[in-house]
Design a protein around this ligand. Structure first.
Ligand SMILES: CC(C)(COP(=O)(O)OP(=O)(O)OC[C@H]1O[C@@H](n2cnc3c(N)ncnc32)[C@H](O)[C@@H]1OP(=O)(O)O)[C@@H](O)C(=O)NCCC(=O)NCCS
Length: 166
């Protein structure tokens, strides 16, 4: 298929998840990840948590993907805890859209940077993060349930004063 076909339409949007979205998010989680899945119970917890943001991307009411951003009281660094797109909706720009929206939501909460962990063998996600300005700064051995290592990435957000200087 030629790139650009199926690109996000103007109706594509990112919004805060609601309880009604949990079944769709859980279905994506089940199909996309072989281990380290978030349970419905955990998703419900994060949905209600004041230290997390659960976002969904989709066209109209359809949920095509979700992201989960977590915050800590003692840190200005937000953490992208998870991001996943329905396999049928991947490679259409929605991951990039959702990542950008997650960063803006974190900035709006006062975060100065985003951190995340990614499996060392997850080339697609690593490519997305590197293209989006993240840089790897650590390897964490035996991070996932199956013993796989994680790369730890960080992106520092441009401060308003930096933007004015451009
Ligand atoms: C990683 C993921 C979120 C990317 O979302 P997506 O909607 O498919 O990505 P996009 O279409 O926005 O593409 C953004 C970039 O990601 C990379 N990418 C996405 N799919 C890719 C693929 N199949 N092969 C190689 N690179 C890929 C490319 O760099 C791409 O940029 P380009 O279009 O300029 O080439 C998605 O593939 C996914 O849900 N994967 C399974 C869950 C997962 O691994 N989550 C990350 C956990 S840390």
């Amino acid at each position: 298929m030629a790139r650009g076909v199926g690109a996000p339409t103007t109706a594509t949007s990112v919004r805060l998840a609601s309880l009604d979205d949990l079944a769709a998010i859980e279905a994506i989680e089940t199909i996309v990840f072989d281990s380290d899945r978030l349970s419905r119970r955990s998703l419900r917890y994060y949905l209600k948590s004041r230290t997390a943001l659960l976002l969904v991307v989709g066209v109209n009411d359809r949920v095509s993907g979700y992201s989960l951003v977590a915050f800590r009281k003692d840190s200005q660094r937000a953490r992208l805890y998870s991001i996943a797109l329905d396999p049928a909706e991947q490679r259409r720009g929605l991951g990039r859209l959702l990542l950008g929206a997650s960063e803006r939501a974190a900035m709006a909460r006062g975060a100065i940077a985003m951190r995340l962990e990614v499996r060392v063998d997850n080339a697609r996600a690593i490519e997305l993060y590197e293209k989006s300005g993240y840089r790897g700064f650590a390897v964490v051995e035996d991070y996932y349930e199956d013993g796989a290592a994680a790369l730890r990435f960080e992106k520092e957000f441009a401060l308003p004063s930096d933007r004015e200087a451009l």
